[in-house]
Design a protein around this ligand. Structure first.
Ligand code: ADP
Ligand code: GN1
Ligand code: MG
Length: 349
């Protein structure tokens, strides 16, 4: 590990390097030196084969944000990610087939994997809304599509059908109910993509992975200070960013909770997040976009459940899993939440 870290322009002598965080995609380590702290990541190149495009996106987006943060009188090293250059001036280091990158560790923050205090959810909403606003005039044509069709739900549905048909690991029989749930909702998949195609919703630059542990909260002010995990910043719909936060945060359970009686969509948390998101995005959203937000909540939740189920059928090759069936438990929570969202938000009536 030291050999890799030493390729980057870091300050001080390395004291430790340990696995860090709870992301499902990249391998993340905290590096401590006698002068500073850093985040070292091995980029998941199975998921992001176009790592050059991805790193270009991260650099361009953080550079753009830094300029705005400085103009607004903020601290550009705390309010967005800072990539540390490798010794050859590139922003990543290639070691065999592996791609490594280093960020400054944003100090005096906390990161939430399970919501305890609703105020944190509200603050995250203000920050994700504001992220949308800050990227309002980012030139979208500069962005590489790091995962094509990332939130194209009809394409996700097709992938699910392919996995089901192939049933490579003979697992379909053990998830009949879940499969039924997805098949019955085929028609719902196209709601947002149709709105986009007909020009009713504008394409924006979105984060696309706005779960609660992709934001760092300041320990002193409790404000959401830094949006992280910028690998999927791409053109998208506001409803995706709003919806993915609701999917993860507007409930009181873990994403892989096995006891479904504990899995319940919380309307109060939903309304709290909505208030914060509208405040943070400060008037940039159109009426149609605001009307599409509840559909975003359902769509991201249903889509994510479908992705977990597809991954289970494919042999658990995409999301990091820590025990067998984890992807099935994850799918179950998402499907219960998606069902309740339809009821409580009055969708597709
Ligand atoms: P993944 O794509 O696997 O989710 P993330 O980029 O979200 O990876 O990083 C995983 C975790 O590492 C985050 O949830 C957060 O706890 C921590 N983290 C990432 N970057 C930083 C940073 N610059 N400063 C502090 N913590 C960070
Ligand atoms: C992944 O990288 P992470 O853990 O923040 C996934 C999201 C899913 C999420 C489900 C690039 O997010 O799309 O919603 O897991 N990221 C990617 O927890 O696929
Ligand atoms: Mg993450």
């Amino acid at each position: 590990m030291n050999e890799i870290i030493e390729q980057f322009e870091i300050n001080g002598k390395i004291i430790s390097c340990e696995k860090y965080g709870n992301g499902h995609i990249n391998d993340t380590y905290l590096v401590v030196t006698d002068k500073d702290k850093y985040i070292l990541q091995k980029v998941n190149t199975n998921i992001f084969p176009n790592y050059k495009g991805l790193m270009e996106n991260v650099f361009n987006v953080t550079d753009f944000l830094k300029n705005k943060i400085i103009k607004n009188g903020g601290d550009s090293k705390r309010e967005t990610l800072t990539l540390i250059s490798a010794n050859d001036r590139k922003k990543y280091y290639k070691h065999g087939d592996d791609i490594w990158r280093v960020y400054l560790f944003v100090k005096d923050t906390y990161c939430i994997d399970k919501l305890e205090d609703p105020k944190d959810f509200y603050q995250s909403a203000v920050s994700f809304g504001n992220f949308q606003k800050l990227l309002y005039d980012f030139p979208a044509d500069k962005l590489h599509e790091t995962i094509p069709n990332f939130h194209n739900t009809p394409v996700r549905y097709e992938n699910f059908e392919k996995a089901l048909k192939a049933d490579k690991f003979n697992r379909a029989n053990s998830v009949k109910q879940q499969v039924e749930f997805v098949l019955e909702r085929k028609n719902t998949c196209k709601y947002l993509t149709d709105m986009l195609a007909s020009g009713k919703l504008p394409m924006r630059v979105t984060h696309n992975d706005t779960k609660l542990n992709n934001i760092l909260i300041d320990i002193k002010t409790n404000n959401g200070i830094c949006i992280i995990d910028l690998d999927t910043v791409m053109p998208g719909l506001t409803a995706y960013d709003f919806g993915d936060s609701i999917r993860f945060g507007a409930n009181h359970c873990a994403e892989d909770e096995q006891d479904l009686s504990k899995v319940n969509f919380d309307m109060e948390l939903y309304n709290l997040y909505l208030k914060g998101f509208l405040e943070g995005s400060a008037g940039i959203l159109t009426e149609e976009e605001i009307a599409s937000l509840p559909y975003g909540a359902y769509m991201m939740t249903f889509e994510c459940g479908m992705r977990f189920l597809t991954d289970y059928l494919d042999g658990d090759i995409y999301f990091k899993t820590h025990y067998p069936m984890q992807n099935v438990y994850r799918a179950n929570t998402q499907f219960k939440l998606a069902y309740q969202m339809c009821q409580e938000l009055n969708l597709f009536k």
